[in-house]
Write a protein that binds this ligand. Structure first.
Ligand code: NDP
Length: 798
């Protein structure tokens, strides 16, 4: 092409990256790779291998060992053996290893970038400028957390050997998000990369050897989903950290339900990209390019649902099409490409099927019309998909609801801010959202209303090691990155049961207890601030420790839970009330409980049979606990992160929503309040199922609630068979979180049954807690449990 032609067309010339070093690295290994276990390379015991191909050419890159059961066992054993020593190192010693990894990654950054592009098909521009620099930043940042671990997290300790399973879309980046915090916190790791993209993890394992990381601290098992499943079911792994699809996340949640494994799930998304009429439209269009065509749209937080204000919709769509026409799709190793190859033919087929579905649903399609590269190896179509836009999309259609995980944008319009928020939240997912408006008040008004773990204002797809990332709802739970992410790799230091807590199991309920009641003392349910008769029309006897009849409680059922959940949702004003107001109301609650201290002391003594002194201590501790949460209500503040950009990320602690609480028998007043208080102090509303034998303590307590200005519907109490009611709460899709302090079987059931909407769950896993012990049963750990962190990114400057 002549210079004058270049000047006129402004076309790019090819700018290929040289893959020689990466090819040499493959050649050095004869394109064959084993597993990395206990600091050594070994073949899979079965001898099985699978191949990894370059999606851009279809050409095989290498043969990789497929880890089976005995290999996973060996890797876990190595991690288990290495754990005590690694944990015992000082924070500074671990920090030095993480720093060495960061430096080594930095020194070989281009090799990592090229290898990642070859294995994944994403453009070199992205691996070189985004993925690998972020990986390095993660190791630097977490070297810092290792150094500061003892001073910053004095109440916490490492968990143990951890299993980590990652997807193919950001192979090395996902590895760093998982490995860096795990090692910094003193855990050891067994990692399984995705079958399509193991190469950079293998190169990373080499780097671990180069920096002298002690054997067994990082172990790598390559293989298919089955290898991951072996890890999930391994009893010696104390936590599973998973990133991948919501379907597999559900399977993992079910498989780990009867274990005490900690679990974090980073799942899929269908994130809204909201453009208000006062947005800088040119910036917003560039933002869209990054939101949906970055990594060919194979991004969990891709801005795949465009919501544009009706008044500017035509203008936006018109400019967007013009911009789309200029996108460059082709060889990912060409530095001037915007989009590379789709990971594999099967993924391309999945995208095509969903696009066909969109057409069938009547949406209008507009596609990039350039020439897609052919498959150099197989001479057929290359594994590329054109940038695609759907307009005239109905919010309920499949393409508006399903994660396409490809370069496909669906657009809808809205008229008012409320409608934008409603459409944005009209998804089972809740990973991220972008809000575009030059009116920062408007954007900051919308951000807290969005059900998403990350909100980008006038920007998109921003990530940093200092800023937590993770979802709401079916996008999973747990955060990766930053201060909030470190807690996912730590557990509270353990303490036993003190003598204050007496093991009580509740008198056997005698259906025929005979003591006559002088007055009718049937305690009703408490729903929406009112006493309500149970739907069943049945009551259950409650018996004192001496076997006499103490009273009757309503036998709540599924419909009562449904009504209670509805009432809890209507109390959303509590969530938006100021922490100061919540604190005042909690102080008032303490005041009113104390006024009735003698009455509660007597009730506890009669029902449970503990001494009066013991019962008085329980009431006194309960009053103090209310004070603690009144104090914490306006002190569990977020953080301001300072990622390396001209801007800030506000880490806001938000309530989860409607929480189900299933309370235990022991210390019935104190245990119930220990669960209830952090939940409501954080702004959640609750449906509380009290202990079956001691439910009268809870029904007495609603009289305290009634006199304490707690808004109607914030606390709903449904008495009855707590195991059965817990099951109903677990299955209820409008309950966002569930805490169960019950038997091992009840906890397992709750975990298994609550996967429908992927509730955030906490259980005591059948182990009794000491409710008198402030360390176990009070404080910030519970506030964290009652909240989820939303990171709002706000760039500044003109
Ligand atoms: P999958 O869930 O299929 O796979 C993720 C990982 O899990 C892979 O390593 C896979 O192995 C492994 N795996 C598959 N089946 C099982 C099983 N039964 N037990 C244990 N492990 C298993 O997801 P994809 O790889 O297809 O990734 C795409 C999905 O990941 C999208 O939904 C995307 O939204 C989500 N994602 C979420 C992110 C987040 O941070 N929230 C980030 C990136 C992606 P193998 O590959 O060998 O089959």
């Amino acid at each position: 092409m002549k210079i004058i032609e270049i000047f006129e067309t402004m076309e790019y010339s090819p700018a290929p990256e040289n893959p020689a070093l990466a090819l040499d690295w493959l050649k050095e290994h004869k394109s064959k790779f084993g597993l990395f276990i206990n600091g050594k390379w070994c073949k899979a015991k079965s001898g099985k291998v699978f191949s990894t191909d370059n999606p851009a050419s279809g050409k095989k890159l290498a043969s990789i060992s497929e880890a089976g059961k005995s290999d996973v066992d060996s890797a876990v054993r190595a991690a288990k053996l290495a754990f005590p020593k690694w944990k015992a190192l000082s924070g500074h010693e671990r920090a030095r290893y993480l720093y060495a990894l960061a430096r080594q990654l930095q020194k070989h950054s281009r090799l990592f970038a090229v290898l990642e592009t070859m294995d994944n098909g994403k453009t070199i521009r992205e691996t070189r400028d985004i993925d690998i620099p972020l990986v390095i930043r993660h190791f630097y940042h977490h070297s810092g957390w290792a150094q500061l671990l003892e001073s910053e997290f004095p109440e916490h300790m490492a968990i143990g050997p951890i299993g980590q399973i990652i997807p193919w879309n950001f192979p090395l980046l996902m590895l760093s998000w998982k490995v860096a915090p795990a090692l910094a916190a003193g855990n050891t790791v067994v990692l399984k990369p995705a079958e399509y993209t193991s190469l950079t993890a293998l190169l990373f394992a080499e780097i671990c050897s180069q920096v002298g990381l002690p054997p067994g601290v990082f172990n790598l098992v390559t293989g298919p989903g089955q290898t991951g499943s072996l890890m999930v079911n391994h009893s010696d792994l104390k936590k599973i950290a998973f990133t991948g699809s919501t379907d597999v996340g559900r399977l993992i949640r079910e498989a780990t339900a009867d274990t005490d494994k900690k679990l974090t799930l980073e799942l899929g998304g269908k994130s809204p990209f909201i453009i208000f009429e006062d947005a800088d439209l040119d910036s917003a269009i560039e933002g869209l390019v990054d939101a949906i065509w970055f990594n060919q749209g194979q991004v969990c937080c891709a801005g795949s649902r465009l919501l544009v204000q009706e008044s500017v919709a035509e203008k936006v769509i018109d400019r967007l099409k013009r911009r789309m026409a200029k996108l460059r799709v082709g060889d990912p190793l060409d530095k001037s490409m915007d989009m590379g190859a789709i990971i594999a033919p099967i993924q391309k087929e999945r995208i095509q099927n969903l696009v066909d579905q969109g057409k069938k649903e009547g949406a209008a399609i507009w596609q990039w019309e350039g020439k897609l590269p052919q498959n150099a190896e197989k001479k057929g179509d290359g594994c590329y998909f054109p940038p695609t836009l759907f307009t005239n999309v109905s919010p309920a259609s499949i393409i508006a609801q399903t994660e396409i995980f490809g370069p496909v944008l669906v657009s809808m319009t809205f008229r008012t801010t409320d409608e934008a928020v409603m459409l944005a939240n009209n998804s089972a997912y809740g990973l991220a959202a972008s809000v575009w408006s030059e009116n920062i008040n408007q954007a900051l008004h919308v951000a807290p209303k969005l059900k998403a773990g990350v909100v980008w204002i006038n920007c998109t797809n921003q990530f940093d090691a200092s800023v937590g990332f993770g979802g709401y709802r079916e996008s999973g739970y747990g955060r990766e990155g930053g201060h909030e992410g470190m807690f996912e790799y730590l557990k509270p230091k353990e303490s036993g049961i003190s003598k204050n807590q007496i093991r009580i199991s509740g008198a056997k309920v005698k259906a025929s207890a005979t003591t006559a009641l002088s007055l009718d003392r049937t305690a009703k349910l408490y729903i929406g601030g009112k006493q309500a008769r149970p739907d069943s029309g049945y009551s259950l006897n409650v018996v004192n420790a001496d076997g006499s009849l103490a009273g009757e409680i309503g036998d709540g059922n599924r419909k009562d839970i449904r009504n209670a959940v509805e009432a809890a949702h209507k109390a959303s004003g509590w969530q938006s009330s100021t922490p100061h107001l919540r604190a005042q109301i909690l102080y008032f609650l303490a005041e009113n409980l104390e006024t009735r201290a003698v009455e509660f002391k007597n009730r506890i003594t009669q029902l449970t049979g503990v001494t009066e002194k013991q019962a008085a201590l329980e009431v006194k501790t309960a009053v103090s606990r209310i004070f603690t949460y009144a104090a914490l209500a306006d002190k569990h503040e977020g953080l301001i992160h300072q990622p390396p950009m001209r801007g800030l990320a506000l880490a806001l602690n938000e309530p989860i929503g409607v929480l189900g609480l299933v309370c235990p028998d022991e210390a019935p007043l104190l245990s119930m309040l220990s669960m209830l208080l952090p939940a409501i102090a954080m702004g959640n509303s609750v449906v509380l199922v009290p202990s079956r034998p001691f439910a009268l303590v809870a029904t007495d307590f609603y009289q305290v609630l009634e006199t304490s200005d707690v808004l109607s519907g914030v606390v709903n109490i449904v008495t009855g068979d707590s195991a059965k009611l817990g099951t109903v709460l677990a299955k209820h899709d409008d309950v966002a979180g569930l805490w169960v302090a019950g038997t091992k079987t009840e906890c397992t059931e709750a975990c298994k049954l609550s996967t429908g909407n992927m509730k955030i769950i906490w259980t005591n896993n059948g182990k009794q807690l000491d409710w008198f012990d402030n360390q176990q049963s009070e404080g910030r750990e519970w506030m964290r449990r009652a909240s989820q962190v939303k990171n709002v990114w706000i760039p500044y400057g003109e």
